[in-house]
Ligand binder design. Structure first.
Ligand code: HEC
Ligand code: HEC
Length: 492
């Protein structure tokens, strides 16, 4: 795959990607300032497009952006006219602290040695500063190199010549995965659609569903949510910190957690087919636990978020299912990301390595109050789903073998009642969601699958279905006890 030619500096590229992504959210002074480099005209165009998103979903006209501006904006070898055709988020008047500035996220990674130095016993490791990516402790030299190579891949800006598009959601993994450092979650959301007819869910595959690609390499290809869709939802970006540890938890350990736990809580194992092995496995990644392996998710993301076909997903998405349009739009031979003849790795594998070896966010130091809050978290039953820790099993990579993984999730699906998103996927029914892992929670500023909660308290109060009884206990807590519980969550 071709590299984008970086004729903008890293900070400017970061700012551009950010603006394309999150126009309506990122109206901070820093955001405006960062644009002075590129000129007010580009800014105006982009922001106008972003605000168009306030119009009704299906009526939104695509924003046509001149090639010249976009070539400069994306900093790529070929000009990629990017069209924003789907709704962008409505402004959130009380969205709290804006996300940290991301200029610099594309900075070169720290050398793998040094970042790997073990901490003295008892020390509280600080969370990585934004822009840094820290690997798990104990990787050998070869795996450290895989991590660094993977970071390069994860932050690489893809170009149309290299296979981007014809329809896509963004130009790099880090464009969406970035809050709190490379690999974080963010407020960036994707739109999914489908329709329910006589109680049966139709993902509208023949019309480009269930995932909307809201950009295209040329205006004529841009996708719309079909007017006949009656389920249209958003999902915000989940973090990929610590993913290798999550992957290394044996299926049997997750299965063992799916027992009746009282208060109407049981949980369902998400058995899914892994696109890499073609075999069934226990799904654990994504809001719906829809993937069982990191590589499977990576390959899915390359196709569905960036339009890059690969050996696990070799078929390009046709714009709203239109094969005729695709025939004209798709100029790069598939798979656009073949495996390298020597290393046998493609981009999907390299980005997978990065996520596999990316360290989880270390917990902040506990206080007396947060320790009390942690006890309340257990006592009222949050731990019935948010399992504090599980263990990895045997693993070919020593740094991932037999490790305690403090992820605060059972990795099971639960019927969340009104909090479900109405979108069956993988093994998950319409109301079923994966227990969101709570590690790294303090780096986030928007919660729940659609970002409906902007405080942790609101996220807990929105729990429903199987979590109803536990939620009611949370609501009934004395204010001081609830504050302590929230202080505990703030250490994760
Ligand atoms: C347009 C924004 C966007 C881009 C670009 C993007 N992602 Fe994501 N990513 C998301 C969203 C949204 C989710 C949650 C999806 C869901 O569960 O439905 C997600 C989830 C994931 C997860 C699951 C983590 C977990 O366990 O919850 C992985 C792994 C992942 N992405 C990898 C990648 C890789 C690799 C790339 C680059 C090829 C990429 N993503 C590009 C938005 C994006
Ligand atoms: C029945 C299982 C269950 C119980 C009990 C439960 N949760 Fe959750 N929790 C979930 C699921 C599932 C999600 C993801 C919801 C979604 O998809 O929007 C979640 C999400 C969250 C989130 C948002 C995380 C994010 O990434 O956005 C927080 C915070 C949270 N839970 C805290 C709590 C606390 C505190 C309690 C105890 C009062 C609790 N939960 C009890 C299942 C549960």
């Amino acid at each position: 795959m071709e590299r984008g030619v970086p004729f903008l500096d890293a900070a400017a590229r970061g700012a551009c990607t950010e603006s394309l992504n999150e126009g309506a959210f990122a109206k901070t002074p820093a955001f405006y300032t960062s644009f002075t480099k590129l000129g007010a005209r580009i800014h105006t165009r982009l922001m106008r497009g972003a605000f168009d998103g306030e119009r009704k979903q299906n009526k939104t006209k695509p924003m046509k952006t001149p090639k010249t501006i976009l070539a400069a904006t994306l900093g790529v070898a070929m000009s990629i006219p990017v069209v924003v055709g789907a709704p962008l988020p409505p402004p959130r008047p009380n969205a709290g602290t804006p996300p940290p500035p991301t200029a610099g996220i594309l900075n070169p990674p720290p050398p793998p040695t040094g970042a790997n130095v073990p901490l003295p016993p008892g020390a509280t490791p600080p969370p990585p500063p934004p822009g840094r990516a820290i690997p798990i402790v104990g990787l050998d030299a070869a795996k450290s190199r895989d991590f660094t190579d993977g970071l390069d891949e994860f932050t690489k800006v893809e170009t149309a010549a290299g296979g981007l598009g014809p329809i896509f959601n963004d130009v790099s993994c880090v464009a969406c995965h970035r809050a709190g450092g490379v690999g974080g979650g963010s407020r960036v959301f994707v739109t999914r659609f489908g329709k329910v007819v006589d109680g049966a869910f139709d993902p509208m595959v023949s019309e480009g569903g269930p995932l909307l690609q809201r950009r295209a390499i040329s205006p004529e290809f841009v996708e719309r949510v079909p007017l006949t869709a009656n389920v249209v939802i958003r999902r915000i970006t989940t973090p990929v910190f610590g993913l290798g540890l999550m992957e290394a938890i044996p299926d049997a350990v997750i299965r063992a957690g799916a027992v009746a736990k009282g208060d109407g809580i049981a949980g369902k194992v998400a058995v899914v087919t892994d696109p890499v092995s073609g075999k069934e496995g226990v799904g654990r990644f994504g809001w719906k636990a829809q993937h069982a392996s990191i590589l499977g998710f990576s390959a899915d993301a390359y196709l569905n978020e960036m339009g890059i076909t690969n050996r696990y997903f070799p078929t390009e998405n046709a714009p709203n299912g239109d094969a005729g349009l695709l025939a004209r739009a798709d100029v790069v031979a598939d798979p656009e990301d073949p495996a390298n003849g020597v290393t046998e790795k493609g981009d999907v594998d390299r980005a997978g390595d990065f996520m596999r070896y990316l360290a989880p966010i270390p917990r902040a130091k506990a206080t007396a109050r947060s320790a009390a809050g942690e006890r309340t978290f257990a006592a009222i039953g949050c731990v019935k789903c948010h399992t504090p820790a599980m263990s990895t099993g045997a693993h070919s990579v020593a740094a991932l073998a037999n490790k305690r993984v403090e992820l605060y999730s059972d990795l099971l699906l639960h019927d969340m009642g009104s909090l479900g998103d109405g979108m069956p996927q993988g093994a998950a029914g319409a109301r079923e969601m994966r227990t969101a892992p709570l590690w790294g929670l303090r780096l986030r500023d928007m919660y729940l699958h659609d970002g409906r909660a902007i405080t942790v308290d609101a996220a807990v109060r929105a729990h429903d279905g199987e979590a109803r009884i536990v939620k009611d206990r949370y609501v009934a807590l004395k204010d001081a006890d609830r504050a302590a519980l929230l202080e505990f969550l703030g250490t994760l």
